[in-house]
Design a protein around this ligand. Sequence first.
Ligand code: CMX
Length: 153
Amino acid sequence: MRSQTQLLTYKHYFNTMKISKIEHLGIAVQSIDEVLPYFENVLGLKCYKTEVVEDQKVKTAFLKVGEVKLELLEPTCPESTIQKWLDKGNKGIHHMAFCIEDGVANALAEVSEKGIRLIDEAPRKGADGLQIAFLHPKSTVGILTELCEDPNK
Ligand code: CMX
């Protein structure tokens, strides 16, 4: 395990992943139906898709703000990581997702070398047809971070 000082310098690394944009902000909610009127009727955004991601135990709803998506996350069972997070009294923004130009697999190899703790060792299928991988918030300044890649681009 690397020390905090080593983690904070990264001086001898020349390469960094190429982030093209924020892909989405993940927002944890107990009920999509209950919060959707706020996003649609107050903020004037439009939900364009809902999808259940079985292996993540979540139902998702997507809205767009310009190029950036908001991903509402509703737990589908008590064992869902989203339900556990809500049960601890948290709510609101749960994670931040970046679009990686040069591939999630490359980025994982690179950040792992830098001592960042991975939740996913390899890209896997996420919502909205993306390949995704999560980095642990304990090594990403407290922000649960998702790396995303559109396999069709
Ligand atoms: N943001 C910041 N910190 C978080 C966090 C979050 N969203 N979720 C958990 N943590 C922190 C906790 O506060 C805890 O800190 P302390 O040890 O200081 O108390 C630490 O991380 C560990 O949390 P935990 O509740 O003990 O452990 P969990 O078993 O819940 O696992 C995590 C946490 C991040 C590994 C897990 O939630 C995970 O794997 N997340 C990634 C997958 C995910 O979020 N899927 C749903 C989204 C679906 C999608 O977008 O496709």
